[in-house]
Design a protein around this ligand. Structure first.
Ligand SMILES: *[C@@H]1O[C@H](CO)[C@@H](O)[C@H](O)[C@H]1NC(C)=O
Ligand SMILES: *[C@@H]1O[C@H](CO)[C@@H](O)[C@H](O)[C@H]1NC(C)=O
Length: 393
């Protein structure tokens, strides 16, 4: 009798459970939309997004482990409730750039409030064929290839844990966003892949990049104009070109860059460490202010600490015509490790608008076992602790 009661109770409970999972609102597994491993899930993803975005309770699209193919997708909010895309599978973009039919971003998410991209999945841009046709090293008007992710005018959002691999161009482009966090993300492409910036931010406020590991062929993190209140913490960068502000000043309508807080980062075998770069002989005048770099470890970094206001790739500008961008309130504190060049600190400020309120504190960099040197132009840094003395450039 007791046993029978137990069996009935268990049966009722499991009925309730199965009913609960079936009817669970807000759950959108890609398989419900015809998305299956080893197949193209472009349409399934778009259908799942459409329903998830219309859901009045928090929605979650799941792409479970397995291998999938997907062409470019371009989705928009506003959505009715927060939305999460949890990817545990590997999704591959078309390898041939022309198969993307001119899309500038493979996964483009626009005008959403509260989107989370999470999971242990891999977004594989299959960029190898694209890198071969990239001519940005020699052509200043080179065509942008397809980036892995574009977040445009998105707010209160998070990208967590996922991996972006072998993007054809930038891995992540963040434009017009606010209160947006990257946490535990991995970015992975070879050192030789052209133009594959890890995370590029422009015209955005309140962006955090935390606990992230970036190895790529261009800047690990780059800030374009209008970047404000950007925090970078516990980031490993390398290979790559480092953590960079700019280049700025090339265009007339740029917005100021203010508030950059980089702490507890390690750069390994990168072409630069922490860098601010602006163009000479150009129209841009928007200032750069409040840039702070603290507790940074350099491992064989070519230019560990650098302000370069004579940034002029392709040698197409006149360095005699100084940059018009004012740089102020910059600090480099507790920077240690090894430099790949004799000048561990290179501050080349503009002769028309010298840098102001630049602070150097506890810079302990070595080159071939000896203390690295510092060169400075058009700047008189405040010095605290052990710092190499500025020589003129
Ligand atoms: C920022 O976004 C996160 C994630 O959506 C959210 O939890 C938090 O409340 C937002 N903060 C503000 C100040 O809106
Ligand atoms: C600094 O970063 C390392 C990993 O690179 C991490 O283990 C450590 O907890 C971080 N320290 C702080 C104070 O966040």
């Amino acid at each position: 009798m007791k046993l029978l009661v137990k069996i009935i109770a268990i049966a009722l409970f499991s009925l309730f459970l199965s009913d609960f999972t079936r009817a669970q609102p807000g759950a959108f597994d890609i398989s419900k939309f015809g998305g299956a491993p080893n197949a193209d899930i472009t349409q399934a993803f778009l259908s799942a997004w459409k329903e998830a975005c219309a859901s009045t309770v928090a929605a979650k699209i799941t792409i479970p482990s397995g291998s999938y193919r997907m062409n470019a997708v371009d989705v928009k909010g506003p959505c009715k409730a927060p939305i999460e895309i949890q990817v545990d599978g590997t999704i591959q973009a078309p390898a041939n750039p022309s198969d993307l039919k001119g899309a500038d971003q493979w996964i483009k998410i626009n005008y959403v409030d509260s989107v989370t991209v999470s999971g242990h999945g891999i977004f594989d841009g299959q960029g190898a064929a694209a890198w071969k046709i990239n001519d940005c090293g020699s052509n200043k008007n080179c065509k942008m290839l397809c980036m892995n992710f574009g977040f445009n005018f998105v707010k209160n959002s998070v990208v967590r844990d996922i991996t972006s691999k072998d993007s054809k161009d930038f891995h992540f482009n963040v434009l017009g966003c606010s209160n947006f966090t990257f946490d535990g993300v991995k970015i992975d492409a070879p050192a030789t892949s052209l133009n594959t910036d890890g995370i590029h931010i422009g015209r955005s406020t309140g962006i955090k990049i935390l606990n992230t590991k970036i190895g790529t062929g261009d800047d690990c993190i780059s800030l374009g104009d209008g970047s404000k209140q950007i925090t970078v913490q516990n980031v490993n960068c390398g290979p790559g070109h480092g953590i960079s502000v700019g280049s700025l000043g090339r265009y007339p309508n740029e917005e100021p860059v203010e508030g950059f807080y980089v702490t507890n980062c390690t750069l390994t075998n990168t072409a630069n460490g922490v860098r601010i770069k602006t163009w000479p002989d150009s129209t841009g005048t928007s200032p750069i202010t409040d840039m702070h770099f603290e507790d940074i470890t350099m491992v064989n970094v070519m230019n560990p600490v650098i302000i370069d206001q004579e940034y002029c790739p392709w040698n197409q500008c006149n360095k005699q015509s100084p940059s018009k961008i004012k740089i102020s309130k910059v600090s480099f504190k507790n920077i240690k490790g090894t430099s790949g060049t004799a000048d561990g600190v290179l501050l080349t400020c503009s002769s028309s608008v010298p840098c102001e309120e630049v602070e150097l504190a506890n810079i302990d960099l070595t080159f071939n076992g000896a203390a690295a040197t510092a060169k400075c132009a058009n700047v008189k840094p405040t010095i605290t602790g052990k710092v190499p003395a500025c020589a003129s450039t």
